[in-house]
Design a protein around this ligand. Structure first.
Ligand code: ZN
Length: 418
């Protein structure tokens, strides 16, 4: 049953027949719909936009057509893609950049997880490139994450620059992002995106590869689907309206964070990128990307090690396991959008025919939104010794009424995948 959508005093609401108007936050669709093919809902926010949000900012969500999400449609189309033709395009691109004297000719940002291992290794061994790997350090390395990071260089045979941002700045930004946006990962994402571009410019490298193509997650594909132009990716001008952690860059000085300290987090300007001749591409546009296969490849290439136990909030053991903050990133998204880590992973696996939809629904029902208890104490300490009470009170303030209902048994989702 579709609910009527109304605006009341400038707030977007859906009219619930029993409870009356329920506010719809973050510009999400008021009527919740689950994909008929995978388990994701139409509340899924584009990863590119989620980082630029403000408390009231409108979000771009995954498009649905005839009950099927964009990501499912993109993956289904993979079978019809001329992969041999795409590989020829890749070779042309690589030939334009390949160094003849062994100097770095491409840059691979990553952590030593399965995707970055695959990218760097296949470019080096199969396509004869000389990749430099660069890493923006996790907030708090897990033991398994550190071991995998080390293997990447040692067993994979790659030079790596590990950049660790000023811990005091990064902690403060993370705490602000949690308080203001319920998005503790946002400052990390800024750094992770922009620091590789700065490294490429500094070292005269003109080609950057990311892994999976974002259209898989439902971002509307542009004219040239293989490449990405980063300044468009983050709204805002670093000297003007750019916001990090929910605070405009100019105002962060009040929190003791100067503009100079923010430099590694900030995007280069369009003219700077053009002058440096930097191109950014997705390897997943040229080579068929199946997450599980990247895992097997990484095990073979560097001895990549999955976790010994299941990751909290989902059923897998090998995806995003290097940072103690990872679980909180997904849990916060679950609070804001009603879909968590298991929804994302199960949906990917359904799209790649590794799970049936029925199995995916069962996994989501069991694991989605599970609280990441394992590293909770350290994360609270990291975010300015926040108390548990305050942590949960902040989170509850971000529950959109159209998704959540407070009952005698606590908060429950109004809509769950079935
Ligand atoms: Zn879908």
């Amino acid at each position: 049953m579709r609910l009527e959508e109304v605006d009341i005093d400038g707030r977007h609401c859906v009219n619930d027949p029993e409870e009356g108007p329920l506010e719809v936050r973050y510009g999400l669709p008021g009527n919740v719909e689950f994909c008929r093919s995978c388990v994701v809902s139409n509340q899924r926010v584009s990863p590119s936009v989620v980082t630029a949000d403000t408390r009231e900012g409108r979000k771009s969500t995954i498009p649905f057509k005839d009950g099927v999400c964009e990501a499912c449609r993109v993956v289904a189309k993979k079978d019809t893609i001329d992969w041999a033709g795409r590989e020829r395009m890749l070779k042309d691109l690589l030939d334009r950049h390949r160094s003849r004297d062994g100097r770095y000719d491409c840059l691979i940002p990553g952590s030593g997880g399965k995707d970055s291992v695959y990218q760097s290794h296949v470019l080096k061994t199969k396509y004869g490139m000389n990749p430099l790997t660069v890493t923006w350090a996790p907030h708090l390395y897990t033991d398994v994450g550190w071991r995998n990071f080390t293997r990447w260089s040692h067993a994979g045979g790659f030079d790596n620059y590990l950049f660790t941002p000023d811990g005091q700045v990064h902690r403060k930004l993370t705490e602000l992002a949690y308080r203001n946006l319920l998005h503790p990962f946002q400052p990390f994402i800024y750094g992770q995106r922009h620091f590789p571009m700065r490294m490429a410019r500094m070292l005269g490298i003109r080609l950057i590869f990311y892994g999976e193509h974002h259209a898989e997650y439902g971002v509307a594909a542009g004219e040239d689907e293989s490449s990405l132009f980063l300044p468009k990716y983050f709204a805002g001008d670093p000297d003007g309206d750019l916001v990090i952690g929910g605070v405009p860059v100019a105002e962060l000085a009040r929190h003791g964070i100067t503009r100079a300290k923010l430099e590694p987090y900030l995007p280069l300007r369009e003219n700077e990128i053009r002058a440096a001749g930097i191109e950014v591409h997705f390897l997943g546009y040229f080579l068929k990307w199946v997450p599980q296969e990247m895992y097997y490849y990484a095990v073979e290439a560097t001895g990549f090690e999955p976790n010994t136990e299941r990751t909290e909030g989902t059923h897998s053991r090998y995806s995003s396991i290097d940072d103690k903050m990872d679980g909180f990133h997904y849990w916060c998204a679950f609070i804001k959008f009603g879909i968590g880590r298991c929804t994302h992973e199960a949906s990917q696996e359904i799209r790649h025919k590794l799970l049936t939809r029925e199995e995916g629904v069962a996994l989501v029902r069991r694991f989605d939104g599970e609280f990441p208890r394992k590293h909770f104490k350290e994360v609270l300490e990291y975010m300015g010794n926040m108390s548990e009470e305050e942590f949960f009170a902040i989170a509850d303030g971000f529950r959109s009424p159209h998704l959540w209902k407070l009952t005698g048994n606590g908060w429950v989702l109004r809509h769950q995948v079935a």
